[in-house]
Ligand binder design. Structure first.
Ligand code: ADP
Ligand code: MG
Ligand code: ZN
Length: 481
């Protein structure tokens, strides 16, 4: 970066997971036929009145406390006025001067650096509808409007300008999504527009306390694109500054196909929106009971979980990051550990075999018929020598399809491992007698022959012999160390 330091702040909009919209009773779920989930309130008909969705407030409060914010006992809704076809009322109900929550922080780790990122504010607002610019026979001439999303509850979270690199921005978004999904406050699904992010970035002389001119980039539909757009934008601004030219503080769009940001418009200021208090809604009061209820509903959060996995259970940061990314997976893993008391083995199984069947972890853990407890039992069986690790993989495959306990499957599938030296002794004796060549090789120090001999026992035992015990028996009988 030479002499320049990047300064980055993020604005995130997350759809709050509720059954109905923010101010009316329309269904808020994604994916219904266009304009099938609308009513006079969310279509902005004159004479209708908004009613606050209590569930949205409860969810937003959980988010506020999870982000360590100070919650206002009384916040206010405001009207943000602008004209756009997807905004039926001509204004958006949001919070402006007195937001629900302020002054929070969220801990992240990026590139070996742990930092607490300041949260400037978190407030509740409603979403707009959607303009559809493609997919119709006359899309070259017309845009269509879908108001299903109009009035859906959002929480907007604004960070302090404390991020210093695209990697840190990426790490922040990933952690924030983890928090939101742990809370059940948002689905976090970017592909459904349930999580959206705008970035603000400026450069300043390294070590300076002054702030450079800020550029805002919109239209970022994945965390990777946030990272890419920031890298591009930092490079663009650095080239300008190196050439002695000023950065223009505009609003830009990220063009993913070109990997570049393009100027969209001059940055609008708050004055442009003629904010004023929403006259149809009373102040939003958060009582002591509501606050206590929200706090009590917080689960162990991803940062704390990660620290516990690493410090308490000795997992690597790599494994811990994978395991905490989704709460369902983390709880599955914890259940397995509770049963087998072997965190490292459980981590290997979950990041390995479980991830494979879940298609790199993208699938739903709830679809597996066997829970974490069964996995723990299976790991315990491997540890006690009752099943080989390759046999255990077969048991696992059956277990997640049938939901039967691994002990039962082991017998059913005839995979119970044989560790009994008397039973194995017969095989070992036979193999020694039938393979004088390899035995001689082994005696004269060619260790590879041992693998061959063990393989012969495995064959004779139908794969059920415990290879460690067999190995020990060969060594003993041949007088090896
Ligand atoms: P808006 O974009 O609606 O005008 P704000 O002025 O509150 O809202 O700023 C939004 C975001 O811009 C915040 O995340 C903040 O941290 C970030 N920000 C403010 N100043 C700068 C700057 N000079 N460089 C980078 N980011 C900045
Ligand atoms: Mg902004
Ligand atoms: Zn409605």
């Amino acid at each position: 970066m030479g002499n320049w330091e990047a300064v980055i702040g993020l604005e995130i909009h997350a759809q709050i997971l509720t059954r109905t919209k923010m101010f009316c009773a329309c269904d808020a779920a994604y994916g219904a036929p266009p304009n099938s989930r609308t009513c006079p309130v969310c279509l902005g008909h004159p004479g209708t009145l908004p009613v606050v969705n209590g569930e949205a407030v409860r969810q937003a409060l959980k988010v506020a406390y999870a982000l360590n914010c100070r919650v206002r006992p009384e916040s206010r809704f405001a009207r943000k006025n602008y004209f756009y076809p997807d905004l039926p009322k001509g204004y958006q109900i949001t919070q402006f001067e007195a937001p629900l929550a302020e002054e929070g922080r969220l801990g992240i780790e990026a590139a070996g650096r742990a930092l607490e990122v300041g949260i400037l504010r978190a407030h509740i607002e409603e979403d707009s509808g959607k303009s559809l610019h493609e997919g119709f026979p006359d899309s070259d001439r017309k845009a269509y409007l879908d108001f299903n999303r109009a009035g859906v509850p959002l929480i907007e979270i604004v960070t302090a300008p404390e991020l210093r690199s695209p990697e840190e921005a990426y790490a922040f978004l990933r952690r924030l999504k983890q928090v939101l999904t742990y809370l059940g406050a948002s689905s976090g699904r970017m592909e459904e527009g349930a999580l959206r992010c705008d970035v603000n970035v400026s450069l300043r002389a390294a070590g300076s306390a002054a702030m450079g001119t800020r550029v805002e980039v919109k239209n970022l539909n994945s965390f990777r694109n946030v990272e890419r757009a920031l890298s591009f934008e930092i490079g663009r601004q650095r080239d300008l500054l190196d050439a002695g030219q000023p950065v223009v503080g505009d609003t830009r769009l990220y063009d993913a196909a070109r990997g570049a940001t393009l100027s969209m418009r001059a940055k609008e200021g708050a004055d442009d929106y003629r904010y004023f208090p929403e006259p149809d809604l009373p102040p939003l009061r958060v009582t002591g009971d509501m606050a206590a209820e929200a706090r009590a509903a917080l689960p162990e959060l991803p940062g704390a979980k990660k620290a516990r996995y690493m410090d308490g259970w000795g997992l690597s940061e790599y494994d811990a990051d994978i395991l905490i990314d989704r709460l369902g997976l983390a709880l599955y893993f914890e259940e397995a550990v509770a049963t087998c008391a072997d965190p490292k083995a459980a981590a290997n199984w979950v990041t390995g075999e479980v991830f494979r069947v879940l298609k790199d972890g993208e699938g739903d853990i709830g679809e597996l018929k066997a829970g974490g407890r069964h996995l723990g039992e299976l790991i315990a069986l491997i540890r006690s020598g009752a099943v080989s690790s390759s046999g255990a993989k077969d048991v696992f495959a059956r277990m997640i399809e049938t939901g039967n306990p691994p002990g039962v499957l082991l017998d059913e599938m005839g995979l119970a491992q044989v560790s009994d030296v008397e039973v194995l002794g017969t095989f070992v004796q036979e193999v020694l007698a039938a393979n004088p060549g390899p035995v001689e090789d082994l005696r004269s120090g060619r260790a590879r022959a041992l693998g061959y001999l063990i393989g012969q026992v495995m064959k004779r035992s139908g794969g059920r012999a415990n290879p460690e015990v067999v190995s020990r028996m060969f060594r003993e009988r041949l007088g090896m160390p």
